[in-house]
Ligand binder design. Structure first.
Ligand SMILES: *[C@@H]1O[C@H](CO)[C@@H](O)[C@H](O)[C@H]1NC(C)=O
Ligand SMILES: *[C@@H]1O[C@H](CO)[C@@H](O)[C@H](O)[C@H]1NC(C)=O
Length: 268
């Protein structure tokens, strides 16, 4: 059995999505490196003004149907590798000597993530984002052929667990992971992703925490979900509007609010 490491990352970003001088540009969609603009010692009240409303379909901003190609364009061959293994003979087998790692970001409770319309791109400072700017409309819960991070980050803000697997990861382990996550909680999004590394081709993401592992261990996955799920700042079980490439909608496991996480003892 491998060991589990915990890495704590202190907050070096901004307290709020916008530094005062940035408020104007944010609505117009200038993406900045969030670590480059630290305002660390001045907690003030979060600003809601100027934030695009969430969960309201607005064709001028985001209707979850048009302009999606800015995050992911399935008709563009150079994007197609996001859910395809381009080195199929090199299936990542996983390494039992590779420890599982939890990275926890110390996101201040007053931090409010911004919403951006589809007319501007969103990039992240971290390889796997676990907080930050995202799209106003979030994905319906369930398993996808592919969902971009600009969408699933919003679900994690609502308390969801996002399960990412590299498309080259071992297929049996991928199926096992999907099965565990689906039976742990309703509020989940499962998608292949190029964000996990070759060494640790699996990742679970919640608001401010990421578990990465090389070989699937049910205990580690379930403990992570029990500890870190339902911790986002905007708790709601309300389902999303985005369902592009949805394969299987999530089912309620305990209650719609996931009152019991991973309720059933299971064997592999
Ligand atoms: C994007 O659309 C929103 C909503 O219509 C608008 O407020 C904003 O100014 C636009 N930004 C750009 C960069 O065009
Ligand atoms: C396809 O995606 C690439 C990379 O994002 C981009 O540079 C290129 O312009 C896109 N091609 C088309 C036809 O949209």
């Amino acid at each position: 059995m491998f060991r589990l490491f915990l890495v704590l990352i202190n907050w070096t970003g901004k307290w709020f999505p916008n530094a005062p001088q940035e408020l104007a540009s944010e609505a117009g969609g200038v993406t900045k490196d969030i670590t480059s603009n630290a305002i660390t010692n001045q907690p003030t009240q979060p600003k809601e003004s100027g934030r695009v409303a969430m969960g309201i379909e607005n064709p001028d901003c985001d209707d979850a149907k048009h302009g999606l190609e800015i995050d992911f364009d399935p008709y563009n061959v150079t994007h197609s590798d996001v859910f395809m293994c381009l080195e199929p003979k090199a299936e990542y087998k996983g390494d039992y000597n590779m420890d599982a790692v939890i990275t926890e970001y110390n996101v201040p409770s007053a931090y409010v993530a911004n919403h951006k319309c589809m007319n501007s791109s969103i990039e992240y400072a971290e390889r796997i984002p676990s907080y930050g700017t995202h799209r106003p409309l979030w994905p319906r819960y369930g398993e996808y052929r592919y969902v971009p991070p600009q969408r699933w980050l919003h679900n994690s803000e609502h308390g969801a667990v996002i399960a990412l697997y590299h498309p080259c990861a071992n297929k049996q382990q991928v199926e096992l992971l999907k099965n565990i996550v689906k039976k742990c909680l309703y509020r989940h999004v499962i998608t292949p992703s190029q964000l996990p590394s070759k060494d640790r081709p699996f990742a679970l993401v919640t608001w401010h925490a990421i578990l990465e592992f090389s070989v699937l261990e049910r205990n580690i996955v379930e403990s992570f979900i029990r500890k870190y799920a339902l911790k986002g700042p905007e708790q709601t079980h309300r389902d999303g509007q985005y369902d592009h490439l949805l394969l299987e909608a999530a089912e309620v496991v305990s209650t719609i609010d996931d009152s019991v996480l991973c309720p059933n003892k299971q064997r592999d």
